[in-house]
Design a protein around this ligand. Sequence first.
Ligand code: DAH
Length: 376
Amino acid sequence: MPQNDKQTLTHRASRFATTHIQYQSAPLFLMRQQLATILETARNAAPTILSRAEFETFKAGIAGPNGSLTAAMKSMASVPKDERPAVGKLLNQTKSEIEKIFANTLARIEQNEIAARLGAPIDPSLEPPDVAVGSIHPLTQTREEIAAVFHKLGFTIADGPEIETEWYCFDALNTPPDHPARDMQDTFFFPPATRCPDAPKHATEAYLLRSHTSSVQIREMLRRPPPLRIIAPGRCFRRDTADATHSANFHQIEGLWIDENVSLRDLKCVLDFFAREMFGTNAQIRLRPSFFPFTEPSFEMDIKSPNLGRLSDRWLEIMGCGLVDPNVLKNTGHDPTRWTGLAFGMGIERIAMLRYGIDDIRHFYANDLRFLRQFA
Ligand code: DAH
C-alpha cells in the first residue's frame, strides 16, 4: 500500500475512533477561535491608536476587568481539567502576543509625543537661516581699531577708575583750582563723605566722575617707572546737555609716552601714523597751537582726508595733544630735566562720527537696531 493511503486511513480511523475526544476538545476549539478573534481585533485596532487616552481605552477593552482577554481567562474555570494545560498554553501565548502589541503601541505613541515636542525634523546639512547674530557696537569697534594702531607703535593699554579724585583728575595734571573744568557746573562731584576704595585718594580731596581719561596718566606714572608708553581708553562724564555733538557720558582714549628725549617730532610721527592708519594713507595732519594745563607746548590736531565723504578735504579737529608739562612730571615724582613725554587725548565718538559720517552722537546710545546693524 502506498505510504499516503496508509496515512489517510490511519487518520480516518483515528477520527472515527475518537469522536469522544472531539467532543472533549470543544473548549479548546472555542477558546482558539475566541483568542484568535481577540488577537486579530487588537492587531487591527492598534495602528489606529494615536493618543495615550485612546491607548488606555484600548487596553482596558482587552485586559481590563471587563476586557475580552480577561473574560477568556475567566472561562478557564469551565474548561475540563484535562484540557486545561492546552488551553492554558494557548492563553499564555495570546497574552504575550497582546502584551507585545501594547508595548509596541505605547512606544509608537511616545515616539510621536517626543517628535511633536521636538518640532519639524531638521536637516543638519542645510545652510543656517539668515538670522541676525549680535555684532560689536561701533564705539567698541572704533576703540579696538584705535588701540590696534597704537599697539603697532608699542603702546599698551592702561586702565583707571571712572570715579576719580580731584587730585588725579585736575591738581596733578597742573590744572589750577579756578579752572572752568573744576566748576560744579561742568563736572559731577560726589558729596564729601563718599568713600571709594577702588580709587585711593592723594589726600582729602573730593571724588568726582572723571571728566577726561588724562587722570590715567597720573595713576600710571605713579604706578611704574618710565619708560612707559600707554593708551587709556575709557568713559568720561561731563555736565553737558545732550545734543547732536554733546553727551554727559562719552568715551576717550588718552595716550602717554614718557622716556628720555621724547620730542615734538615723536609726537608728530605718532599722530601722523595714527591718522594714516585710521583715515587712509593719503590723510594729512596739522598741529594748531592751543592750551592745556598738562602739556607745554599744547596743540589741537586736525586731519584732512579725501576718504571722508562730504567731510573730505576739510581740516577737522580730532584731538588735543602736546609735550608733557614739567609740572606734571614733578607732581608724579619725575625729574623733568631727565624725563620728557608726549600726551594726547581724543573722543572715540568723534573719531567714529567722522569715519562713518554719523551726524548725531545720540545714535550711539539709542540702541536702535536700524543704526547698529549698519556696523554688523
Ligand atoms: N584731556 C583733554 C580733554 O579732555 C584732551 C587732551 C588734550 C589730552 C591734550 C591730552 C593732551 O593728553 O595732551 O579735552
